[in-house]
Design a protein around this ligand. Structure first.
Ligand code: GLU
Length: 289
């Protein structure tokens, strides 16, 4: 089976150093396997979106020589797929409405204990939709890190697939799309290790063979904060990509040739694809001053 990888940014802000690492890592891994590299804009949470971010992200990827295969997919145009799956599960009893508030769950110990599972709630108003956890995943194999253990309570929780505000949950959308786009391997930041168990359990619930996962080390700043849009990480420079590319490639463990700065961006990307190997990845978080 041929390799299909992807980069799936949320347009809640511009690309920053942390997202560049995920973009480059997933790109090199896909291209080193002679595979395809898809881009999917994960715009399922409009209140957290920054106007113009989606097109700015695509522009940045092009400026950085990261050309994707096929058409860009937008989650905002795929609500029908997510809704159809939810309705199927509601009908079969695999999913159910839940009226518990976040506060109530916090008060009962932080994990949802299945309070509404057998209540047969039918009024979707002010309710979230949860999936009965019939396929708990307590560990998975990460390509770099080996066996990752998921806390028991987290693995067994009936998690939300549609929020009470009507928005589709990230875990549901990401798995439906990865399956539908034929993705064979997910390469992304280590901040997404935790939801991976749920995503694998969704593969099982959907009778699909789970795919491979590789979580890249997280870049953190001098204060130990990860680069994220919530932390207001600065956007990478669109007009001068080379310094950020070189910094990100060094972070990813490449030993760059001395004259690398004089290469074109396309040459940099080609060199990266040819020289990429998983063993070069740093063990864990590295501070980027
Ligand atoms: N959209 C997610 C983010 O920007 C990434 C999803 C994924 O790679 O699975 O953090």
């Amino acid at each position: 089976m041929s390799y299909i990888g992807r980069f799936a940014p949320s347009p809640s802000g511009l690309l920053h150093f942390g997202s560049l690492i995920a973009a480059l890592g997933s790109y090199f891994q896909a291209k080193a396997m002679q595979g395809k590299w898809l881009v999917r804009i994960e715009d399922i949470d409009p209140p957290r979106e920054m106007p113009g971010a989606a097109s700015a992200i695509l522009k940045t990827l092009e400026q950085y020589g990261l050309y994707w295969d096929g058409e860009v997919v937008y989650q905002s145009q795929r609500h029908h797929l997510y809704q159809a799956q939810i309705e199927e599960w509601l009908k079969s009893g695999q999913a159910y409405y839940c009226q518990c508030s976040r506060k109530q769950i916090k008060e009962s110990g932080g994990y949802y204990l299945g309070t509404c599972r057998n209540l047969g709630l039918t009024n979707a108003q002010h309710c979230s939709v949860r999936l009965r956890m019939d396929n708990p995943v307590e560990s998975f194999e990460d390509l770099k890190r080996g066996e990752m253990i998921i806390p028991h309570a987290l693995a067994h929780e009936d998690f939300i697939i549609k929020r009470r505000d009507g928005l589709f949950a990230y875990n549901l959308a990401v798995v439906i799309d990865d399956i539908e786009q034929g993705v064979t391997e997910v390469v992304r930041g280590a901040d997404l290790i935790e939801p991976t168990g749920r995503q694998i359990s969704l593969y099982k619930t959907l009778n699909q063979t789970p795919i491979r996962y590789l979580h890249l080390p997280l870049a953190v700043d001098a204060e130990g904060n990860k680069f994220s849009k919530q932390n207001h990480a600065t956007a990478i420079d669109n007009n001068n990509p080379k310094p950020a590319i070189m910094k990100a490639m060094s972070f990813l463990g490449f030993d760059l040739p001395k004259d690398f700065m004089s290469c074109t961006i396309e040459e940099m990307m080609d060199w990266g694809c040819k020289n990429w190997c998983l063993t070069q990845l740093p063990e864990e978080i590295k501070i980027i001053p």
